[in-house]
Write a protein that binds this ligand. Structure first.
Ligand code: NAP
Length: 488
């Protein structure tokens, strides 16, 4: 193998991160190639095609801001964009910036090894192809490696099975079927109301009840879009100062002033929660600044929501089982369309598997609490090996042949979530320890990709071949994050 790598940069993944990384790398005059496992662009929005899939951040915000022409010309049709619309948008981006010619599809990366003598990465695909590059950017997404629990008998079921994160490209018809769905996180909460309208019967296997607030989704009018587009830069700037870089129609959410739930008059508090419930979406949990920091304050929002569940769900027993007992917002809130009301349908049955877990998958269905539930098909809405799975499932080896999985055996460590000690010239986009899924992902991605591009530009300008996070910097970042958590 020659001493020189075949290109400056290899990027793994053609979702929001990989596409923008390629665009910026080209702008720097770097030679770059994207390796993408799927046969199209889109990443998360390519794979997650389950019924009802939609973003929980509003469409005018869940989009790139690096090109004003792009944000001016693209028209969103709904307040919260559906998966097909976001996928269309990303295809448009790929075409508009001519990105496809540097993307290799159907190329799943199997391994990547740093060649210390030559200061470059050697990347191997599952098809046996080998490529080299000075730098490697893992734009593999935080939620790409699917999780299917290791139930005994898995694989014995006679009917079709689906995972929400690997949904078929063709529409799936549940008409006349008795469908079982396991999992009530965001993917379950979004798909359950839609599947319930088609299936003969839907059995929802719930281990932990979920806090969810209504999206209040609706078509987006031309006037609303125009109002944002008249000053898109100002809109983005205001949002960047708000909670989690997610904009809210409530200006007080970004003004830095403390508003304590426990100080509020109970009638005012109820009015504020009601107003936010009717408005819809994640700003519900920002109604007061102590909801994330004071359990008693949090309880006021939880009790309001419990009241809503009791009001919406007609059967008190079902309402009780649907009511979460954990802290509201501790796990990112779900944003739904008709979730709780779906359980009023005669064809929907909630099966609580919290105390009598799923014991096994059988040829006819599944067994939980000693009872077998016969099913025609089974859906796993059981989430992902989040944050690290998409990285550690690839055999990434840095200095001294150490694998990333070994380096992270005690938990992931990364400087800014972007670089890992022992892994020179490797960059992670929205890696563990970065804000990533706790924020508006597109904002987090753009910020990370721009950081990497600045770094690459610096290295190239200064004729440097290698960069690596020091252990000290990495630990410093972790200690800083831990002390932030303590202060909160
Ligand atoms: P998830 O939030 O991890 O939910 C997985 C569900 O599967 C949970 O209800 C979990 O129960 C259940 N489960 C796992 N193992 C189980 C077992 N052995 N038996 C019974 N139930 C089991 O996954 P997700 O819904 O796919 O969401 C993943 C991430 O993607 C979240 O961060 C979410 O915010 C994001 N997401 C966002 C959107 C959006 O923008 N709208 C849409 C979808 C997903 P337990 O809770 O008891 O573990």
């Amino acid at each position: 193998m020659s001493d020189l790598p075949s290109r400056d940069l290899l990027i793994v993944g053609a979702g929001f991160s990989g596409l923008y990384m390629l665009h910026l790398a080209r702008g720097l005059g770097l030679s770059a190639r994207v390796l993408e496992a799927g046969d199209g662009v889109g990443g998360t929005w390519y794979w997650n095609r389950y019924p009802g899939a939609r973003c929980d951040v509003e469409s005018m915000q869940y989009s790139y801001q690096f090109s004003d022409e792009l944000q001016q010309e693209w028209e969103w049709t709904e307040r919260y964009a559906s998966q097909p619309e976001i996928l269309r948008y990303l295809n448009h981006v790929a075409d508009r910036f001519g990105l496809r010619r540097d993307i290799q599809f159907n190329a799943r990366v199997r391994a990547a090894e740093f060649d210390e003598a030559r200061d470059h990465w050697v990347v191997s695909t599952e098809a046996g192809q080998q490529l080299t590059a000075r730098f490697l950017v893992m734009a593999t997404g935080c939620l790409s490696a699917t999780n299917i629990p290791d139930f005994p008998g898995l694989g014995s079921f006679g009917g079709p099975t689906f995972h929400t994160g690997r949904w078929p490209h063709e529409p799936v018809d549940f008409t006349g079927q008795r469908v079982g769905i396991i999992g009530t996180g965001s993917s379950g909460v979004q798909s359950i109301p839609v599947i319930a309208r088609q299936a003969r019967e839907l059995l929802v296997f719930q281990r932990t009840a979920t806090w969810t607030v209504p999206a209040q989704n609706r078509p987006l009018s031309a006037e609303e879009q125009q109002a944002v587009k008249a000053d898109y830069a100002g809109f983005r700037q205001r949002i960047s100062l708000m909670n989690a870089a997610i904009g809210s129609a409530f200006p007080e959410d970004g003004n830095g002033v403390e508003r304590l739930a426990l100080d509020a008059d109970p009638a005012d508090r109820a009015r504020i929660y009601e107003e936010r419930w009717q408005h819809g979406g994640l700003p519900f949990i920002w109604a007061f600044t102590d909801l994330y920091t004071d359990l008693q304050a949090n309880e006021t929002a939880a009790e309001f929501t419990r009241g809503k569940i009791r009001e919406i769900v007609k059967d008190p027993g079902v309402a009780k089982r649907l009511t979460p007992t954990n802290v509201m917002g501790c796990k990112r809130l779900c944003v739904d369309t008709g979730y709780y009301a779906t359980f009023n349908r005669d064809n929907v049955h909630l099966v609580d598997v919290s105390e009598s877990p799923i014991e096994e998958i059988t040829p006819r269905g599944l067994r939980a609490g000693g009872r077998e539930y016969a099913l025609d098909c089974m859906i796993f809405a059981t989430g992902f090996d989040a944050m690290t799975g998409s990285l550690t499932r690839i055999d990434i080896r840095g200095r001294g042949g150490q694998s990333l999985a070994e380096a992270w055996a005690e938990g992931p460590r990364a400087y800014l979530g972007l670089g890992v000690a022992g892994f020179p010239n490797l960059f992670l986009v929205t890696g563990p320890g970065s804000p990533s899924v706790l924020t508006n992902m597109v904002v987090a991605i753009e910020q990370n990709v721009e950081w990497i591009a600045d770094c690459l530009e610096y290295l190239s300008r200064n004729d440097k071949q290698r960069i690596e996070a020091t252990t000290q910097a990495q630990e410093g970042w972790e200690i800083g994050r831990a002390s932030c958590r303590e202060r909160v």
